[in-house]
Design a binder for this molecule. Structure first.
Ligand code: TYC
Length: 107
């Protein structure tokens, strides 16, 4: 077991390369709410406050936009978060027997 001069450099020589960043930004998805003739306005405002963390003022603005234009954006999220919010909204509406619909759209 000689410990000659060659050994000193083992593992110490090499080229320093800047670390490449291989992460990608996740795709983002809009949650869209659709108008209908039967779901009460107050229920839609409540959904937007409860599941989309909107203030009452912002929820009212979005609800009126959907009521007047037919469709509107509740928020933009990563896929799993957006899907969860759609499912929570649809389940809550179904439980209260309202036909409220919402859906996902890739940004
Ligand atoms: N159009 C409904 C009404 O007049 C209110 C409403 C708003 C329903 C937004 C759904 O996504 C909706 N009661």
């Amino acid at each position: 077991m000689s410990d000659g001069p060659r050994r000193k450099d083992q593992g110490e020589t090499g080229v320093i390369v800047k670390q490449e960043t291989k992460t990608k930004k996740p795709s983002m998805y809009k949650v869209l709410m659709l108008n209908d003739d039967y779901t009460p306005m107050e229920f839609v405002v409540h959904v937007l406050e409860r599941f989309f963390n909107k203030t009452r003022a912002e929820a009212t603005r979005i609800m009126l936009h959907v009521h007047q234009r037919g469709v509107g954006v509740c928020g933009v999220y990563t896929y799993e978060v957006a899907e969860t919010k759609v499912n929570q909204t649809m389940e809550f509406a179904r439980r209260h027997q309202h036909p409220l619909q919402c859906t996902l759209e890739k940004e």
